[in-house]
Design a protein around this ligand. Structure first.
Ligand SMILES: Cc1cc2nc3c(=O)[nH]c(=O)nc-3n(C[C@H](O)[C@H](O)[C@H](O)COP(=O)(O)O)c2cc1C
Length: 202
């Protein structure tokens, strides 16, 4: 089994980094081959250029590596804070540049892009782990939990990934060491359950 684990957080001491390290450690303990990327540490360039937009490939070796790993992976993990109801821009750039046709989705012959896409990542499983500082009720009732739509429908659904799991840890700003320790234990359990396949049972 192989897993891409993508982290978007600039601060090495962040709770997001602790989540990333926990996920990678549990995967390795279970014998899963991990393609781990700390996007800020690797200085991932998020800008999709005109040249790249008109092509199926990229001149950026990191983009090509991430795309190959995406296709090879059984599990796709994304770890990021809630920033304005969206992923940080660096991860948005990863989505723009890596989750691209023809390997992630495509359109039927003769369709110029206005029809329904063919999801090329069908069969893979997605996991999103978020952190935020908004109470759950306000996030859901007032903001409408935009990250759920972005990942569930706009990204995973578009690429044919039907089964995914998302967990938002809130509120990080008010949490203490005990709570964060419990959360990291849960991250380990989520990772274990993803490997076992039981995380995605409907
Ligand atoms: C640019 C920016 C935008 C943010 N927007 C939101 C937001 O829309 N909703 C929210 O709950 N928290 C927001 N936050 C707070 C982060 O989600 C919070 O700091 C993070 O989840 C805590 O995790 P960490 O300790 O790993 O940084 C924002 C923070 C930054 C820096």
């Amino acid at each position: 089994m192989k897993a891409s684990v993508i982290l978007a957080h600039p601060y090495r001491g962040s709770f997001n980094h602790a989540i990333f390290e926990t996920v990678c450690r549990v995967f390795r303990e279970r014998g899963v081959e991990v393609f781990g990327h700390d996007l800020y540490a690797e200085r991932f360039d998020p800008v999709l250029t005109a040249e790249e937009l008109g092509s199926d490939s990229s001149r950026d070796p990191l983009v090509n590596l991430c795309a190959r790993e995406l296709v090879e992976s059984d599990l796709l993990f994304f770890i990021h804070p809630n920033w304005w109801g969206q992923p940080p821009a660096i991860l948005k750039g990863y989505i723009d540049r890596v989750i691209r046709p023809p390997h992630a989705y495509d359109f039927p012959p003769g369709d110029s892009g206005g029809g329904l896409p063919i999801g090329k990542l069908a069969g893979k499983r997605g996991v999103v782990i978020n952190t935020s500082n908004t109470p759950a009720e306000r996030e859901n009732d007032y903001f409408g939990d935009p990250l759920e739509h972005i990942w569930g429908r706009c990204v995973f659904g578009f690429c044919g990934i039907e089964k995914y799991y998302r967990r938002m840890f809130m509120m990080v700003a008010d949490s203490d060491v005990e709570e964060r320790t419990r959360w990291l234990k849960e991250v380990g359990e989520i990772t274990d359950a993803a490997v076992a396949g039981v995380l995605f049972a409907s």
